[in-house]
Design a protein around this ligand. Structure first.
Ligand SMILES: CC(C)(COP(=O)(O)OP(=O)(O)OC[C@H]1O[C@@H](n2cnc3c(N)ncnc32)[C@H](O)[C@@H]1OP(=O)(O)O)[C@@H](O)C(=O)NCCC(=O)NCCS
Length: 444
């Protein structure tokens, strides 16, 4: 049996404490290969050297849904689902939610470090300067049907922004990239709020650059010519915290979509529109809506035991519980639970909160949920806050998209600066027909 060394692996590295490596034996040929291990991974292309003969393409990995494939190196977000840890650029999410603001977190995600006071002021001023949109955007949005879903409107309108800023396609120019990033973060609340106003049949409210980020968004949503909208700092803070909690979550479905489209060197508006499209899906951004529907259906705390029995019997799922990555309490759920109570101090308690808390208590004591490591996730309480703020269900995912925008653009920017990245292009295992001759229509 021969061992072929794949470039970069020192001789005898395995047993003599050199560079870590993996030895694999191809039982088809009896040959062994030593493959370098770095950062706990092997490079999939290294496997290509494992071949039966010269005509063989080489070994590939098959990984539908990317269950075990790292597609990039990233310095933005650290997530340890087993231990319930989430950090942006090294800072624990709990500390950011307590002390930071959404715009400061956006700066952190993009630049890698917290800003100085001067940098923060310049950043906030840049964002405030770009909250307005071209007047034609309004006409574009007006063209949607009267009851259009605001998430569909957001997806289309963000994509349409590329036609307003054609220079955005010059993605190699760093200053130009920065301008588009600022525009995206700044205009997202404007477009999200206008989608809501359109759905409600109300006139659009122009942005006010003198207001804080969350305050400006709430004002565009709820300001009325007849009834004055009263701003409340506790509500604005709760919304800012929700945005912080959603700001990034490493290589999730929508972020992967942004990176994938961005890897074709599309402009950032098109790439972020792809992210919004992915987030629109009920398996990604739509779960908070499902939680609220579930709480509505349960109706009262006395009906919880019967509901839990149904879940345990496999009739349905306890929405807002369980996560692909978190096998512990989602750290964001703890923070949202606290924010929920802060919001209810202002708006009055939503009776569904009592049902949610009782559900959580019962589930966390039940062996079905304990043994499967099912804990509340970020969506369990967030819908209750959105509802208390007066948001219809259709707006829940729009709020998620506004919060996630800094993460999308930070990941897009990181990808463009990564020399190893190329256009994303997965391989496939072809399972279709062998070559066959065309059959004329009258012979079929
Ligand atoms: C998030 C989710 C899709 C993760 O799924 P996953 O990692 O593929 O986990 P699985 O579907 O393999 O579930 C593992 C086990 O836990 C059970 N389970 C998972 N989530 C459950 C839930 N919310 N309620 C009841 N049982 C659940 C499954 O039935 C399965 O049990 P089994 O081993 O007896 O078959 C899943 O937990 C879920 O559907 N949660 C509810 C929806 C939700 O809140 N989504 C928001 C995510 S942020």
């Amino acid at each position: 049996m021969t061992t072929q060394r794949i470039e970069g692996v020192a001789a005898g590295a395995n047993d003599q404490g050199g560079a870590p490596s993996l030895t694999v034996t191809d039982n088809r040929t009896g040959r062994s290969y030593e493959i370098p291990i770095s950062d706990g991974t092997i490079r999939a292309v290294d496997l290509r050297q494992i071949r039966v003969d010269d005509d063989d393409f080489g070994l590939m990995t098959y990984d539908p849904a990317f269950m075990n494939t790292a597609a990039c190196r990233s310095a933005i977000t650290f997530l340890d689902g087993d231990r319930g840890i989430l950090r942006y650029r090294g800072y624990p999410i709990e500390q950011l939610a307590e002390h930071s603001t959404f715009l400061e977190v956006a700066y952190l995600l993009l630049h890698g470090d917290l800003p100085t006071r001067q940098q923060l002021e310049a950043w906030e001023s840049d964002i405030a300067h770009h909250v307005y949109v071209n007047e034609s955007t309004k006409q574009f949005m007006d063209g949607f049907r009267y009851d259009a879903h605001p998430m569909g409107m957001l997806e289309a309108t963000v994509g349409a922004l590329s036609t307003f800023y054609p220079e955005a396609k010059n993605i190699g120019d760093e200053a130009n990239r920065y301008r588009q990033i600022v525009r995206l973060i700044a205009k997202m609340p404007t477009l999200g709020a206008w989608g809501f106003r359109h759905m409600m049949g109300r006139p659009y409210v122009y942005p006010d650059k003198t207001l804080p980020y969350a305050g400006n968004f709430l004002n565009m949503l709820f300001s009325h010519s007849v009834v004055d909208f009263e701003r409340d700092p506790r509500i604005e803070r709760a919304l800012d915290v929700l945005f912080i909690l959603h700001a990034d979550h490493e290589q999730n479905c929508s972020t992967s979509a942004v990176r994938s489209v961005g890897s074709a060197q599309a402009d950032p508006y098109s790439a972020v529109a792809a992210g919004i499209a992915a987030l629109y899906g009920p398996l990604h951004g739509g779960a908070n809506e499902a939680v609220l529907q579930m709480l509505n259906r349960i109706g009262s705390t006395s009906d919880i035991p019967a509901f839990i029995e149904g879940v345990k019997a496999g009739k349905e799922r306890l929405m807002g519980f369980g996560h692909r990555v978190y096998k512990n309490y989602d750290p964001r759920a703890q923070i949202i639970k606290k924010a929920t109570q802060d919001v209810f101090e202002v708006t009055g308690v939503n009776p569904k909160l009592a049902i949610a808390m009782e559900l959580e208590k019962i589930a966390l004591e039940d062996d079905y949920f304990i043994s499967r490591r099912l804990y509340p996730n970020v969506d369990f309480y967030s819908g209750l806050i959105y509802e208390a703020l007066g948001m219809p269900l259709e707006m829940f995912t729009v709020l998620f998209a506004i919060g996630r925008t800094p993460g999308w653009v930070a990941q897009w920017n990181e990808m463009l600066n990564d020399k190893e990245q190329k256009i994303a292009r997965p391989r496939q295992i072809y399972v279709g027909a062998e070559e066959r001759d065309y059959v004329p229509l009258d012979k079929r």
